[in-house]
Each structure stands twice: as C-alpha cells, then as structure tokens.
Design a protein around this ligand. Structure first.
Ligand SMILES: Nc1ncnc2c1ncn2[C@@H]1O[C@H](COP(=O)(O)OP(=O)(O)OP(=O)(O)O)[C@@H](O)[C@H]1O
Ligand SMILES: [Mg+2]
Length: 344
C-alpha cells in the first residue's frame, strides 16, 4: 500500500492509435493525456475543467480501470490501478452524466438493486440506500416504473443515484448535470456537497464544462487543456492568478470632490472617482488587495450624510483563468486534437 492519497496520478499519458481505416490518419497517434500528475486527499471534491477533447473523460476512464494508461501509474486509495484492479473496483463507482442506460424492462428500484448486487452488497444494506437515493433524485414515485417508461432526464437522475448506492470511497462523475433542468441540476449539486460534508473520508472527482458549477462545488480544480494539466488549485487561488485585486465600484449621490483620505485606507491599491454631472452622481472605482478594506471604504463614503446608490464588485471568473493560462477561451469548442497528433 502506498500513502493515503485517495487518488494519485503519477506521470500518466494516454496515446490513442488513430483509426487505421481513415487513410489520412494511418500511422498517426493522438496524445489524449500528456504526462499528467495529480494528488487528491480524502474529503475533497476535485474538478477537471476543460474544453471538448481536453482529456477529461480519458482521465476518468483510466482512473475507473476502463482504460490502461500508455505510460505512468495511478493509484486509488494507495492501490495500483493495474496491479490491484479488482480491489480498486470494489471502492469506486462512476457516473457519466449523459448516460441514460439501465435495463429497460426492470423498474427503477430493480435497476439500482441489480447494481448493488453486482458489488456483492447485501439487500439489507442496499435497501435503505436505494430508498434514500430514489428520494434524493426525485424518483420515489417512479420506483416501480420500468426504466423504458422514464424520460431521458429521469433515467439520467436514476443513473446518478446508482453511483451512490454502492457507497464508494471514490466516486467519478463525468459531467453529472449535463442536460438536466435547472432545478434538478441544483438538487444534484447540493446533494454532492452534502454527501462529502457528511463523509469526510470520501472523494469525488468530477468533470464539467460549467465554470459556475466547478466554482460552486470543487475544493480544487485542475484546468486541463490539450491533455495537460495547466494549473491545479482552489477556485479562489486560481482566480487570484488573473487578478490580484478585487474591483469595487461605488456610486454616491451628488457631485463629490475627491477625498484623498479614502485612498489611504489599508488594503486599497488604487482609487479613482469621476463625477457624472447629468446623473448628479459620483462614481468611485477602487482596487482592493484585501477585501476587508471594502467595509472601511463604504463607511467613509457614506459618512457626512453621503448616500450610497450603487455597489458592484467585479470578480474574475474561471473563464478568465483559462484564458490567461491557455490563451484560448473555455467556451470555444474548436477541437484541439490536430495539435496533438504525432507520427508513431
Ligand atoms: N478511443 C479513442 N480512440 C481515439 N481517440 C480517442 C478515443 N477516446 C478519446 N479520444 C480522443 O482523445 C481526446 C480526449 O478525449 P476525451 O473524451 O478525454 O475529452 P474530454 O475532455 O472528455 O472532452 P468532452 O468535454 O468533449 O467530453 C479527444 O481528441 C478524443 O477524440
Ligand atoms: Mg468527456
């Protein structure tokens, strides 16, 4: 057994031989993952954030023992993915968000039971988990409905429930909320957070295209692009990479002269004001190296009878981070594969 990381990826690459039936690709290879390293502690929710074709699913498939790494090693709970494959499989589970599989002629509840039986979990243990998960995903009333009678979103939610019924130590969620309605996606996100909060020895690795989702859920985020991990840190630290300061824009009524004392507040990097004569208002634009300075600034701005009529903070987003690290937009889905193709 190795040390206590719940997930450890050590210099893993995955190279695919391209389809030999496509004449132009004969003899070429595609580097889907390029020497990636990652260490995840128990109790963490980790996000892999990157555009289409970045290598997120390939990474998850390797960690789920569905795909072998071409080079490098990876470990789950200290167990080698290749040598200890059967032990690893007992402690993991995986849900792919777009997946709507399940046995159509079985009911929702029977489907979940089948999967717990495949893990060798006794019914007395599985039953309460299944009942609970059916409620969590809002399928309690449909427990007796055949899966082929459920809508796509319902099947997707059932699939999400399946991931938790085996009570895995490490759970992989590949785009868990893709295609779900806003309410279902929100419920799923809050369940993920609660599950980790209640079980601090468990770990979730999820992939997503949704920056806000990664931001909300993840303790740390690995930004992945063209098969490489470009950065791995907390959402807060990642955003600090792009902007050391927080921007605070205040509007006060009346045309105010610029008081030098506002700029002296500790934690304010720069401060400018501009008078808007037609609006009879003054804008104050401040850059804060320490968010705490905002309280003092607002207090001073609103002293002497001045009235605050507008307040806005502008925070950098993970999209800004991605742009800075890769020079391209996360929202731009142009495939990166050709850049990684090499002659074998
Ligand atoms: N079995 C395969 N054979 C050949 N190429 C593959 C195979 N599986 C994945 N690839 C390629 O590897 C690269 C990474 O794919 P992967 O599915 O890991 O990306 P992803 O980050 O999950 O993208 P998405 O956001 O679209 O799900 C892509 O260029 C893809 O075409
Ligand atoms: Mg994918």
């Amino acid at each position: 057994m190795r040390n206590v990381y719940s997930i450890e990826i050590d210099n893993v690459s995955r190279i695919f031989k391209l389809d030999r039936t496509a004449r132009k690709d004969i003899g070429k290879e595609l580097i889907a993952l390029n020497k990636i390293n990652l260490q995840v502690h128990p109790g963490e929710i980790i996000g892999l954030l990157g555009p289409n074709g970045a290598g997120k699913t390939t990474c998850i498939r390797i960690l789920c023992t569905l795909l072998l790494p071409t080079t490098g090693c990876a470990y789950i709970e200290g167990m080698d993915l290749v040598k200890d494959v059967w032990k690893v499989r007992r402690v993991i589970n995986m849900v792919s968000g777009g997946e709507t599989c399940g046995y159509g002629i079985l009911t929702a509840r029977e489907n979940l039971r089948l999967f717990t039986e495949l893990y060798g979990i006794p019914w007395r243990t599985a039953k309460p988990r299944i009942e609970n998960m059916l409620k969590v995903v809002g399928l309690d009333k449909f427990r007796g409905s055949r899966v082929n009678k459920l809508s796509t979103g319902m099947r997707q939610r059932l699939n999400f429930a399946r991931g938790f019924t085996t009570d895995p130590k490490v759970l992989f969620l590949d785009e868990p909320t893709v295609g779900l309605d806003v309410l279902s996606a929100r419920q799923i996100r809050s369940f993920i957070k609660q599950w980790i909060a209640d079980n601090n020895e468990k770990t979730i690795l999820l992939t997503t295209h949704y920056m806000a989702e990664a931001d909300e859920l993840c303790d740390r985020i690995a930004i992945i692009n063209k098969g490489k991990i470009q950065a791995f840190d907390t959402p807060f630290a990642l955003k600090k990479l792009v902007q050391k300061d927080t921007t605070l824009d205040l509007t006060i009524s009346g045309l105010e002269p610029f008081p030098e004392s506002w700029r002296q507040i500790t934690g304010i990097t720069s401060l400018t004001t501009s008078q808007k004569v037609e609006e009879q208002a003054t804008y104050v634009h401040a850059l804060l190296s320490d968010l705490e300075a905002s309280g003092e600034l607002i207090r001073m701005v609103t002293s002497d009878g001045r009235r605050l009529v507008g307040l806005e903070t502008v925070q950098p987003t993970l999209e800004d981070v991605f742009l800075k690290l890769t020079g391209r937009s996360l929202l731009n889905d142009d495939n990166t594969a050709p850049l990684r193709v090499q002659e074998s």
